[in-house]
Write a protein of this length. Structure first.
Lengths: 248, 137
């Protein structure tokens, strides 16, 4: 800029200071997250391609309508809304941890990191329940003229179009739906869940380092900021997973 | 790592209360958008509506999700506070998604059209109106 640069000939960056005024590790975290966005994007777009190629696709309101301890009550999207809010709240507690770090407030960082970790575990618990419910929840489906009870897995999809056959309870029995539904659902939510899991591990490491006073001695809480970037990215990906699998 | 810190003059956030208020405001915005999205998703389930209206609602939900992404990245991840050049090194590569999404959804749709035109058996077993045995893999 306006500073005298007698020792450099180039009109481009000449070294000596950070061109983006950002610490190296933080910048690399941004570029890692950008590449991770392309990975998730490719998965979701692949899901979109297959979905666009099908004449029939299950209605998420019918597939995701269960809630723990609510029995067979029809509560479409209720549980996934809870999961979404858990993740938003844990993102907020993470921002507050980063904010406390800016003010070198060790106690604040510890408090908000603990809440963020609790939120991460709560989300993972919800996802474990949802997967178990989908895999073990049997539905009567017409396969080759016979009624079979199948759950939702990567090879089976009971959420197909209704057939003309009625079951014992008088409802129309479904035929099988596109088998890609389970593969994409478990593949993408699983990949996201793995990110949440590794985020929780990173946050736990950051919490231990904060308690041990590592960042206090270092004089800054930049590591909390970097862990925070990763954690917010996990929340960001969930926005799109939530959009693609549950809302539309 | 220690040496690089000296090259960076950090712009610390101003004040304490302003930032917390900004965080609370963003939280409220994200929650309200999520509730609106859920309401629209449930409306598509609760009331019978034409495909055109459904597609419109889905489009609005997509735009609302992009708004949520903007708030998370801009405020929670503080990307809005970085230098503009740095923001551009993140945002410009992401523009590849415009082609990526359009091309592949188009491809999926073309696949469906071709199959429905040339493979009548597939149509009978996958179309919503089909009855009887539907074994397809």
């Amino acid at each position: 800029m306006a500073t005298v640069q007698a020792h450099t000939e180039t009109k481009w960056w000449g070294g000596g200071k950070s061109p983006f005024n950002i610490e190296y590790g933080k910048l690399m975290m941004w570029y890692f997250l950008m590449s991770d966005a392309f990975t998730f994007g490719a998965f979701l777009i692949s899901y979109g391609t297959i979905r666009f190629s099908q004449n029939y696709w299950p209605d998420p309101n019918e597939v995701f309508n269960a809630f723990p301890l609510a029995g067979h009550a029809n509560l479409p999207l209720a549980f996934v809304s809870l999961m979404t809010f858990i993740l938003i709240v844990s993102s907020v507690t993470m921002v507050l941890a980063v904010h406390a770090g800016h003010h070198n407030d060790k106690k604040g960082v510890i408090k908000w990191m603990i809440w963020t970790i609790i939120g991460g575990f709560a989300f993972l618990g919800c996802q474990a329940w949802e997967w178990t419910h989908l895999i073990t929840g049997d539905h009567a489906v017409l396969i080759n003229g016979e009624i079979s009870n199948i759950g939702t897995t990567v090879t089976m999809n009971p959420w197909g179009p209704a057939s003309s056959v009625s079951g014992a309870d008088g409802h129309h029995v479904n035929t099988t739906g596109p088998v890609a539904f389970g593969g994409y659902f478990f593949g993408i939510t699983g990949f996201h869940g793995f990110h949440v899991f590794s985020g929780v591990i990173i946050n736990i490491v950051m919490l231990i380092m904060t308690i041990n006073g590592t960042f206090e001695r270092r004089g800054h809480y930049l590591m909390i900021e970097k862990a925070g970037l990763y954690w917010h990215f996990v929340d960001l990906v969930w926005v799109f997973v939530f959009l693609c699998f549950y809302l539309i | 790592m220690e040496h690089s810190v000296q090259e960076v003059s950090f712009h610390h956030e101003p004040g304490g209360k302003e930032v917390v208020q900004k965080i609370i405001k963003t939280t409220v915005i994200l929650s309200v958008i999520t509730i609106i999205e859920l309401g629209m998703g449930l409306a598509m389930y609760a009331w019978p509506m034409g495909e055109g209206l459904k597609l419109f609602l889905k489009g609005v939900i997509v735009i609302l999700s992009l708004a949520k992404a903007f708030y998370i990245v801009g405020i929670f991840m503080h990307l809005g506070d970085e230098l503009k050049n740095m923001i551009m090194t993140i945002v410009i590569p992401l523009m590849l998604f415009i082609w990526f999404i359009a091309a592949f959804l188009w491809d999926g749709n073309s696949w469906k059209t071709l199959r429905n035109t040339y493979n009548k058996t597939a149509v009978q077993t996958t179309a919503p109106a089909a009855h009887g045995t539907g074994a397809q893999h």
